[in-house]
Design a protein around this ligand. Sequence first.
Ligand code: XIL
Length: 453
Amino acid sequence: MRNATWKAASRAALALTGAGALAAGMAMVLVAPAAAGTTLGASAAEKGRYFGAAVAAYKLSDSAYTTILNREFNSVTPENEMKIDATEPQQGQFSYGQADQIVNHARSRGMSVRGHTLAWHSQQPGWMQNMSGSALRQAMLNHVTQVATHFRGQVVAWDVVNEAFADGSSGARRDSNLQRTGNDWIEAAFRAARAADSGAKLCYNDYNTDNWSHAKTQAVYAMVRDFKQRGVPIDCVGFQSHFNSGSPYPSNYRTTLSSFAALGVDVQITELDIEGASAATYRSVVEDCLAVARCNGVTVWGIRDSDSWRASQTPLLFTSGGAKKPAYDAVLAALNNGTTPTDPPTTPPPTTPPPGPGGCTAAVAVNQWTGGFVATVKVTAGSSAITSWTVTLTLPLGSTVTNAWNANRSGDTGTTNWTNVAYNGRVGAGQSTEFGFQANGTAGGLTPTCAAG
Ligand code: XIL
């Protein structure tokens, strides 16, 4: 008995040693970073970004697929395996096998993982589709908590909530069983995700939010601004960016990305595919991301055209046979020749701001009502970038600040001083950032002054 146990154990140990040595040997080959400029991932990394792909667990046994994945990408998003129907097929019974497979494949090769998605109206398991009201709210929050806890430390960013706004001109929330649990379902999901995994960036993700002039884009923007002002934990916004003839790449895409970034969130292109895979359009998308410092990376929604959820549109960077398409060359070239960021960087802000010239100006807009007002102060850098700022504002007698956002303050009455917070001190030449405060009393004519650090 003892002998048999020992033999079994030693065989297992031998097998493990062999596998371990093999894995270690392979890892050395696979993890060795590709020369900058030769693969999507390495070139994106040179620009402080990632280049990712949506990955399906069942394809990890296809060596043509994994050859491209392992060579080109340094981020993955499970295409379906982390969705609610996959991770909680029966209420209270969690199933992580396929998601874990993708996470392990990625992390053992030094790729990061985007989690997709914790709360969504679609791909709900049957039990959830049939729920409503407070029972559904509770079940959703439990799902967010359980799944975010399971993947804590392994997922760098979560699409906490996916596709919660309606298409078209209404700017309204999308009707769904989750929406019918109350308008605060989105912020409740974000708070639960933060409590479960304080290390992951928490994103709101949607499609048809690429065109700055569209009502849906503006509605999501207003929600994110409101979340930032009220301290709801949101760190990033995902732009799916499924482009096709009905929903084309808009010329104001960069404005959209930089406008969201100016709210103090990161932006990520999360599910990129382009009908017909125009090289010029792929190139523009990547250039737009590189032009916005808080654009962390780009994920394409599949590897080869045959992997696409819209395969007939041939929207990806590799042919079904695995060959690089012209769009691939355009993306690689864009990554290697990226433009200079013009908006504030994501992290970390400099601890000791470099000295140097560079002034700023401040302008205030007031929304006054009887007995109180909200002031929005816009800080604009002069002809050179600034790394910190102080705005001085004198309030009229009888006016007291009650709360503020996006700035530190000293003084609630009379002469008040406002300084940047960690994420909005750096303002590019000619660029702006905003902070605001609420006060009681009457604003009168406020004349802010600005000094740059
Ligand atoms: C798609 C997957 O690619 C398909 O395999 C699945 O059948 C349906 O979902 N927006 C999203 C993604 O957020 O999760 C969707 O993925 C595509 C649209």
